[in-house]
Design a protein around this ligand. Structure first.
Ligand code: CA
Length: 377
């Protein structure tokens, strides 16, 4: 971050006017002393933000563009964010290190990408069988989640804030129907992160491939299944052309991206601009969540019309129970190894216990009791 002095021209004009006024005035004594000194020069703060995504990435890159525009407008141009995309900095998964070192002031990425650096970072994106977006936002902003995020990130000289939610993700595209646990054995599936580790316990071979290779790998049969996001982003990837079964989700119920900030860059900002940045981050994150909801609704409708052969499936109770058991087992093992992991998981579990009971008698009961399954004519 580098402060930039502005307003030299306006200061010059003020001096010029003063000179003209003074030159036209014979009495240069008390009147000259009454002329006020010019106000201190305003300072513009510029932050550089590295994002994991390409500059044309739908929804994700629109979120950082939204943030940059918002801080500029809310601060009257005093705070500016320059977004640098993965196609420029070439290190999509180097965002963590680049913000930590101060090479960039900010980052836009996903906390679960850093689970190999610090496993606790996984908990601030989404957890299989965990909270839904509205429950998770409640936990972040009112249930102590944000404080726990900073407890984990302060060790790395950074702050992390919610950076936009994809909504509940789909379980993935499968070329063959999955009916029993036996059907999972030997299945080659693109599924990264913690969900991949859970599926591996059940015999799946998790494979991680760059997004650009997914369509071809599936089309050529090098993988049998893949998960990406949901209709909001899956439609553009054209997976519906090559896989027939679209499974409902269990593994990423509330994927929240993140805004990373280097602590030194944060401290250099005046308190007022820190507030502006916080408001803009919170608003652009929420914008991403509702944009994702909008795009998923539109795109699922398109897929149904253009590809009526695509079929929705939900994993069998037997498979879901096994996925749940492995997830619980692995999370418990983490909690036993690390007191901070236990603190975060306990906080999430305690809140989910209450929040889900409310969701069940509010949203879930409403959908179940609606005569048309929630649809209006
Ligand atoms: Ca995903």
């Amino acid at each position: 971050m580098y402060p930039v002095k502005v307003g030299k021209l306006s200061v010059f004009v003020v001096f010029l006017l003063m000179a003209v006024l003074l030159a036209g005035c014979n009495d240069t004594g008390p009147k000259a002393a009454a002329v006020k000194a010019p106000p201190p020069e305003p300072t513009v703060y510029k932050l550089r933000l590295a994002q994991t995504w390409a500059e044309n990435a739908p929804i994700f890159a629109e979120t950082t563009a939204n943030l940059a525009q918002m801080v500029n407008q809310l601060s009257d141009g005093q705070l500016q964010i320059e977004v640098v995309s993965a196609n420029q900095h070439k290190k999509p998964f180097g965002v963590f290190d680049m913000v930590k070192s101060g090479e960039y002031d900010m980052g836009h990425s996903a906390s679960y990408y850093w689970k190999d650096v610090d496993f606790n970072m996984l908990f601030f994106t989404t957890v299989p069988f965990g909270m839904l977006p509205q429950e998770q936002y409640a936990w972040f902003y009112h249930g102590g989640g944000l404080e726990l995020t900073q407890k984990v990130y302060s060790k790395h000289n950074m702050l992390s804030f919610p950076g936009g939610n994809t909504g509940n993700q789909m379980g993935g595209w499968f070329r063959k129907e999955i009916n029993t646990l036996e059907d999972l054995k030997g299945l080659r599936m693109r599924v990264p992160g913690f969900a991949g580790a859970v599926l591996q316990e059940l015999g799946v071979e998790p494979i991680n491939l760059p997004p650009g290779e997914l369509y071809q790998a599936m089309d050529e049969g090098r993988i049998d299944a893949l998960e990406w996001v949901g209709p909001s982003l899956d439609l553009g990837m054209r997976f519906h052309e090559i896989a027939r079964f679209y499974y409902t989700g269990w593994h990423e119920p509330a994927t929240e991206l993140q805004f990373l900030i280097n602590q030194d860059s944060w401290k250099r900002l005046p308190e007022r601009l820190q507030k502006v940045l916080q408001i803009a981050m919170r608003t652009s994150a929420y914008d991403m969540y509702i944009q994702s909801t909008y795009e998923s609704a539109q795109n699922w409708s398109t897929i149904q019309v253009e590809y009526p052969g695509v079929q929705i499936r939900t994993f069998s109770p037997e498979i879901l129970q096994a996925l749940y058991d492995v997830t619980e087992e692995q999370l418990k093992a983490r909690a036993n190894e690390d007191p901070l992991a236990r603190e975060v998981l306990d906080s999430q579990s305690r809140f989910l216990w209450k929040a889900r009971r409310w969701t069940r008698i509010s949203d879930q009961a409403y959908l179940n009791s609606h005569p048309r399954g929630g649809l209006r004519k």
